[in-house]
Design a protein around this ligand. Structure first.
Ligand SMILES: Nc1ncnc2c1ncn2[C@@H]1O[C@H](COP(=O)(O)OP(=O)(O)OP(=O)(O)O)[C@@H](O)[C@H]1O
Ligand SMILES: [Mg+2]
Length: 222
């Protein structure tokens, strides 16, 4: 479902010196599989997920969703591929500040041409499942960190994406809500999604499937 080969990414430090964050990352995740990516803070987990989710361009390497080669697509084709394939649970939730919780969830429906009434029903059901339905008209600034994370989760899964990328998905949640999201990730995988979870708490994803560690810009078996 997801295949990356030789992904490389360097940033520039404010001094201008290059920082090689990823230096040839290979990863394959089949439908129904979970891959956990661990590694120290700063090791490149978020960078890797951003590349896999087509949010940033790699400096080198190849990326496929199914048999569609998506690494080299132009900007708008990339947005479409992302909308069709990827649900993203961000470390910083990236809710749009000027939209309410419900409107943020419905953003995900934009690229898939789903009937508005049906998308709204599904969004409300998800918000209810996550215990934030009564906050649907709140703007992000009027939500707690954990509530924002739960709204972001609803947005990520609104379209039942075949590919789910989760960056520290439980970072801001108490145990009960963290368990809801982890359970949701597991269930998405059981339903056939390919799931990549990044977390520096390996215990979060222990026993889920393949566990990798990012070190020195490479992905190794943990
Ligand atoms: N836009 C940028 N410009 C320069 N350096 C960056 C940029 N984004 C990230 N970095 C650097 O790249 C490295 C990897 O960052 P990344 O966010 O991928 O780490 P991470 O493994 O997700 O860490 P954490 O566990 O703390 O979330 C860090 O050292 C960071 O300082
Ligand atoms: Mg990170």
């Amino acid at each position: 479902m997801l295949r990356a080969a030789g992904l490389a990414k360097a940033y520039r430090a404010p001094s201008g010196a290059p920082i090689r964050v990823l230096d040839g990352v290979d990863l394959a995740v089949k439908a129904g599989e979970v891959a956990a990516v661990t590694g120290a803070s700063g090791s490149g987990k978020s960078t890797l997920l951003n590349l896999l989710g087509l949010l940033e361009d790699a400096d080198g390497g190849e990326l496929w969703f199914g048999d569609e080669r998506v690494g080299g697509l132009g900007r708008s084709a990339k947005s479409r591929a992302r909308g069709r394939w990827v649900g993203f649970v961000f470390q910083a939730f990236l809710l749009v500040p000027s939209l309410t919780a419900l409107e943020n969830v419905l953003l995900a429906a934009r690229y898939v041409g789903r009937p508005a009434a049906e998308a709204r029903r599904r969004a409300l059901a998800l918000l209810d499942e996550l215990g934030v339905a009564d906050r649907r008209d709140h703007y992000p600034a009027q939500l707690s960190g954990g509530e924002q994370q739960r709204v972001a989760w609803c947005r990520a899964v609104l379209n039942d994406p075949p590919l789910l990328l989760a960056d520290e998905p439980t970072g801001n949640l108490d145990d009960a809500n963290g368990a809801v999201i982890l359970d949701g990730l597991r269930r998405r995988a059981q339903a056939g999604a390919a799931v990549v979870v990044a977390s520096h708490h390996p215990e979060v994803v222990a026993g889920w499937g393949a566990v990798y560690r990012l070190r020195g810009g490479r992905l190794e078996a943990a």
